[in-house]
Design a binder for this molecule. Structure first.
Ligand code: GLU
Length: 451
């Protein structure tokens, strides 16, 4: 049996946003991949708020993250907040100090910047030179009186290797990477340490994140080992770009999940697209997250940047809506004031003629209030005659066909010349729902006055 297909309830993944802004499509891709891995395996999906930065993290962003995930149906089994685990990070730092892997540094940002520039000028990679490791106890004591200190993890200078779930075998020379800062001058624990502690303690088995984290992963693998933890399986997905290959971040403002929601994009359209975009599997509209999880295979994803076009969500949304049973839209329809007894027929009439749920309102208005007839000058007599032939109410699904037959006989018109002026007279539009379905619903036909 393909090991990919096997259920494994031990599988635990997490989505770890920082509550410093609204989620965008790039975040959703990460969230969805982790979610689908956990659900497919029958495992656990954790929402972890990376909120160690007290200045930038805001409770309203945390609420917005929960709200966006709930809108999409991405339910999490547990929530964790890094701000509640500072004691654990301190203990981990202590453990690393004791084993000689965490060392105190005193360079100011300006000094570090200067070092980097010098290295670059000399054609060297801007890797931290570990000058702080050479400080004597006396020098450190003197510096402590002068300025705050930060703490770096001392990497073992060896190759760090892992089998990446998307990138395949990855090998990074630790000597080409700066020793990562784990504690800032103001005492704040940085993500690199906090994330490792959480991944160990929460039993995270699989981490999928953006390829901007590849270097983090190399250093985190060493930190996990230094803390005696199990290294999870890592996978790094490519970053999304705009349709022309431009950085998506330029347009993040328009790609926040809440903006897509406000535009009427359907969750299943968004989820169906993002679960396949960048993989060798075609994008197929699915009806549920279960179906998406069933067909999800991380190994099908490629390393190349993935183009995302927000326009692709529109036809998917339209198709998704057209496929929905009445039950799925019942509440939206009731909210418009459509009486229960005609609500299912209303849905049948308009389901293929809406781009978003918001369009339901315009069709209901047309039915309830009637439309201003659109009558071309050369059709005026024809419409007047047709209106005289309108069958008496109540109308049913046969009415359109019997009426148009009668009009054809009386006027000799047929085909488009017959149907289009009648549609425009009744609805004011040259497109719209099947007239046979629409006619029984029409309460007001303003063009009747023309007869
Ligand atoms: N808070 C980190 C981010 O949003 C989490 C990265 C990770 O998945 O480890 O980039």
């Amino acid at each position: 049996m393909n090991p990919n297909k096997r259920k494994n309830p031990m599988t635990t993944t997490r989505f770890a946003p920082s509550p410093t802004g609204y989620l965008h499509v790039g975040n959703l891709r990460t969230a969805l991949m982790n979610y689908l891995i956990a659900r497919k395996a029958g495992g656990t999906f954790i929402l972890r708020l990376d909120d160690t930065d007290p200045e930038r993290s805001k409770p309203e962003y945390a609420d917005a993250i929960r709200e966006d995930l709930a809108w999409l149906g991405l339910e999490w089994d547990r929530e964790a907040r890094q701000s509640e685990r500072l004691a654990r990070y301190e203990a981990a730092a202590e453990q690393l100090r004791a084993s000689g892997r965490l060392y105190e540094c005193f360079e100011t940002p300006t000094e570090l910047d200067l070092k980097r520039k010098k290295q670059l000028n000399m054609g060297k990679p801007p890797v931290y030179d570990r000058a702080a490791l050479k400080l004597t106890e006396e020098e450190k004591a003197a510096l402590r009186n002068e300025r705050p200190s930060h703490w770096r993890f001392r990497l073992d200078h060896e190759r760090i290797e892992w089998e990446d779930g998307i990138l395949g075998p990855v090998s990074i020379d630790a000597a080409s990477v700066s020793d990562p800062v784990l504690i800032r001058g103001d005492g704040q624990f940085l993500y690199t340490l906090a994330s490792v502690c959480d991944d160990i303690d929460h039993g995270i088995t699989d981490v999928v994140r953006g390829s901007d984290h590849v270097t983090n992963t190399a250093t985190q693998i060493q930190i996990i080992r230094a803390l005696g933890g199990e290294v999870p399986r890592f996978a790094h997905h490519s970053l999304l770009t705009g349709p022309e290959g431009e950085a998506l971040s330029k347009r993040l403002g328009t790609l926040a999940l809440r903006d897509l929601r406000a535009q009427g994009i359907e969750p299943m359209a968004l989820l169906s697209l993002l679960a396949r975009l960048g993989s060798s599997d075609p994008v197929e509209l699915r009806n549920s997250l279960e179906e998406l999880a069933e067909g999800f295979d991380l190994s099908r994803f490629g390393a190349a940047p993935t183009k995302f076009d927000v326009e692709d969500l529109k036809p998917l949304t339209k198709r998704h809506l057209a496929s929905l049973p009445f039950e799925a839209v019942k509440e939206d329809i009731a909210a418009l004031g459509v009486p229960d007894e005609i609500a299912p027929a209303f849905w049948e009439a308009v389901r293929e003629n809406i781009d978003t749920r918001k369009d339901l309102a315009a069709w209901w208005d047309l039915i309830r209030k009637g439309a201003e007839p659109a009558i071309e000058a050369e059709d005026a007599d024809f419409i007047a005659e047709a209106m005289k032939l309108l069958p008496p109410r109540p109308w049913d699904e046969q009415t359109w066909s019997s009426w148009t037959s009668a009009v054809r006989e009386a006027t000799g018109r047929k085909g488009r010349a017959l149907f289009m002026p009648l549609r425009k007279a009744l609805t004011g539009l040259d497109h719209g729902p099947d007239m046979a379905r629409l006619m029984p619903l029409l309460k007001v036909v303003k063009a009747e006055g023309e007869g």
